[in-house]
Design a protein around this ligand. Structure first.
Ligand code: ADP
Ligand code: MG
Length: 256
């Protein structure tokens, strides 16, 4: 039996709003992710998924509402002071983000790519950063590619390096924005496997994905967005197998 209060969620987004000019892209979004929870964010193109993910690490500054990751939070109301560059950097260090395009440094070896954040942002010594980077390359199955340059890797290998590089910052949560959408179909599985392993280890993750079967299998919860609102959310299998809302059913019908 549980005693004491429920643990706080690791990520909390409350009454979040974002406009780009006249376009209201996020309208009163509320979302909580438990520690160790995996949330899949699905929805049509243009629904605001990437913007929401970017608000979670302040790559995009919200116009209203509140974002908390771990122990850091900011409110974005008319009376609230905007966070400064240093506060944003500290906040962002709570999250590791993996994008559709890998953005590896082309002039650096795989090992140097993974060591770069620990060395320059975390101020780690090389003697610490190198074993950390090698351990993470093993985790993503690329220990033997440490000395290779990104141009010699497949898309799936590059994306696994990008995941290792994000993990090297030892973030509290990982955010994935269509991490497999740019990959050839035969390379998708190896990246999903790494993500599956992270979920099994208890990493808190928010995953924007069109891989519905993967979301159903790996995510605890699925959030369906359309036009800047959360239309439906719930346990992954319930939302995907028996969606309540017509808009969710219509969206999911494209994947059968
Ligand atoms: P999704 O990831 O679900 O496809 P996005 O969050 O990328 O959706 O985009 C939501 C809406 O916001 C779209 O209409 C898009 O064109 C617009 N948008 C996104 N980023 C910007 C930006 N930096 N400036 C202007 N409009 C943007
Ligand atoms: Mg997007």
């Amino acid at each position: 039996m549980r005693t004491g209060p429920m643990p706080e969620p690791k990520i909390e987004v409350a009454a979040l709003r974002k406009c780009f000019g006249d376009l209201e892209v996020l309208k009163d979004i509320n979302l909580r992710v438990d520690a160790g929870g995996v949330v899949a964010l699905i929805g049509p193109s243009g629904s605001g998924k990437s913007t929401l993910l970017r608000c979670m690490n302040l790559l995009v500054l919200p116009d209203g509402g509140r974002v908390r990751v771990g122990g850091d939070s900011f409110a974005f109301g008319s009376g609230d002071r905007l966070p400064g560059v240093k506060e944003i950097a500290r906040f962002r260090a709570n999250t590791g983000m993996v994008f559709q395009h890998f953005n590896l440094f082309p002039h650096m070896s795989v090992l140097a790519n993974v060591m770069e954040g620990p060395l320059t942002v975390r101020g780690m010594k090389k003697a610490q950063a190198e074993p950390l980077a090698r351990r993470l390359l093993s985790k993503v199955g690329l220990a033997d590619k440490a000395d290779a340059y990104p141009s010699k890797l497949s898309g799936g290998q590059k994306q696994r390096v990008a995941i290792a590089r994000a993990l090297a910052m030892e973030p509290e949560v990982m955010l994935f924005d269509e991490a497999t959408s740019a990959l050839d179909p035969e390379l998708v599985g190896e990246v999903l496997n790494v993500m599956r392993g992270l979920a099994a280890e208890g990493m808190t993750m928010v995953i924007v994905t069109h891989e519905i079967a993967f979301a159903r299998e790996v995510a605890d919860r699925v959030v369906f967005m359309r036009d800047g609102v959360v239309v439906e959310e719930g346990p992954a299998r319930e939302v995907i197998d028996t969606p309540r809302e017509a808009a969710t059913r219509a969206f999911l019908s494209h994947f059968h």
